[in-house]
Design a protein around this ligand. Structure first.
Ligand SMILES: NC(=O)c1ccc[n+]([C@@H]2O[C@H](COP(=O)([O-])OP(=O)(O)OC[C@H]3O[C@@H](n4cnc5c(N)ncnc54)[C@H](OP(=O)(O)O)[C@@H]3O)[C@@H](O)[C@H]2O)c1
Length: 331
């Protein structure tokens, strides 16, 4: 596993990160033992970046990571935590609270659940419309001075917010959706990050499983599965999107690799500053994702992929309309 510096001021991280969200229910039922085995297999393979959110499973995800990291040298792992999203007992989302006093409270609980004395990268999951980004970043900068946090990241914010945040304190990365079928960052957000030396940790690289090559129409209907309500997975949209996957499969087969490996390798090929976060919940999926590291995409391959899945080819938005409306990155 290769390592790169995240942004111009960040830590050294593996060229693939493991996103742990799916281990705490967002994609239907998940199994604790599978999650822990996947985290251990990722570390054994040289992945050092683990991404979580304090609201994933309402604390469950951080406790799972804490359990998996028992006995693992703290210095070997870069833990990225998102915060500020508010949940209810039933799992509903109730907005965002990025006030400095709230963040000081949230970080205290995260450290306890993870069982660590510091978080490597701490980031607001969404922009809080009621709190200037300068105040949020300033509060995390105070945590850095106090030793509880090492670096500041952002998530799903637009170019102007990125610029304002970076004027307060160096930002190491922006976490944002980026894949063959979600290319919205290319116009303004990616150039702004590059201008400021901010890395990208890309999520949804497989569009939540849709372009993994394993998805079939009718999957993902279990209670609490995000995809049961996501526009890209509905009716005619999913049929059109799966036709794109079949076009991609032809390229994958020619190269003797899988569709998921092509999709992950495509994101990685867009720049050394872009790190795919893999949402594997099981060791076999992780192993498939690790295989993407050996996939070299030539200029001809990239052109063939572009023809198979042209920009804006996806049918349906990447989030339901009500959720898109809260994304600063979409404004
Ligand atoms: N900042 C944000 O707003 C934000 C939002 C979402 C996610 N994230 C972070 O990004 C991480 C990854 O996001 P994501 O869940 O959208 O990722 P993703 O990799 O696009 O999708 C994960 C889904 O793809 C399936 N899959 C099929 N083949 C796979 C393979 N070879 N490797 C990995 N997954 C495969 C998974 O497996 P199975 O269903 O078979 O287990 C899972 O259901 C999350 O865990 C989270 O840490 C951040």
């Amino acid at each position: 596993m290769k390592h790169v510096r995240l942004g111009k001021a960040g830590p050294s991280i593996s060229t693939l990160g493991l996103g742990c969200m799916g281990m705490s229910g967002i994609y239907g039922p998940s199994h604790r033992a599978d999650g822990i085995a996947t985290i251990h297999a990722a570390i054994d393979a040289g992945i050092n970046l683990l991404d979580t959110g304090d609201f994933y499973g309402m604390g469950h995800n951080e406790m799972l990571i804490g359990e998996a990291l028992k006995g693992v040298s703290r210095d070997k792992i870069i833990i990225s935590v998102k915060t500020g999203a508010l949940r209810d007992v039933a799992g509903g989302f109730n907005g965002t609270d990025n006030r400095p006093a709230a963040l000081k409270n949230f970080v205290t609980y995260s450290l306890q659940r993870l069982g660590v004395d510091h978080i490597d990268i701490y980031r607001p999951a969404r922009l809080d419309p009621n709190v200037p980004i300068e105040e949020t970043v300033g509060a995390i900068a105070d945590m850095i001075k106090a030793g509880y946090v090492r670096h500041i990241g952002l998530s799903e914010v637009g170019a102007e917010t990125i610029r304002r945040a970076a004027a307060v304190h160096p930002i190491v990365d922006l976490q944002i959706e980026y894949s063959l079928i979600s290319r919205g960052i290319e116009d303004k957000i990616l150039p702004q990050c590059r201008d400021l030396g901010i890395g990208i940790t890309a999520y949804g690289v497989l569009s939540r499983g849709l372009i993994s090559g394993h998805w079939q129409k009718g999957d993902g209907q279990s209670k609490g599965d995000f995809r049961a309500h996501s526009p890209r997975f509905q009716g005619k949209n999913v049929e059109r999107n799966l036709a794109l996957v079949e076009a991609l499969r032809q390229i994958a087969e020619t190269k003797g690799v899988t569709v998921a490996q092509i999709a992950i390798a495509w994101v990685a090929a867009q720049g050394r500053d872009i790190i795919p976060l893999i949402g594997a919940r099981k060791v076999e999926r992780l192993e498939e994702a690790l295989g993407s590291q050996a996939v070299h995409l030539s200029a001809a391959d990239l052109a063939a992929i572009e023809t198979a899945v042209p920009q804006n080819a996806a049918a349906g938005g990447r989030y339901p309309e009500t959720m898109l409306a809260h994304l600063d990155s979409e404004k």
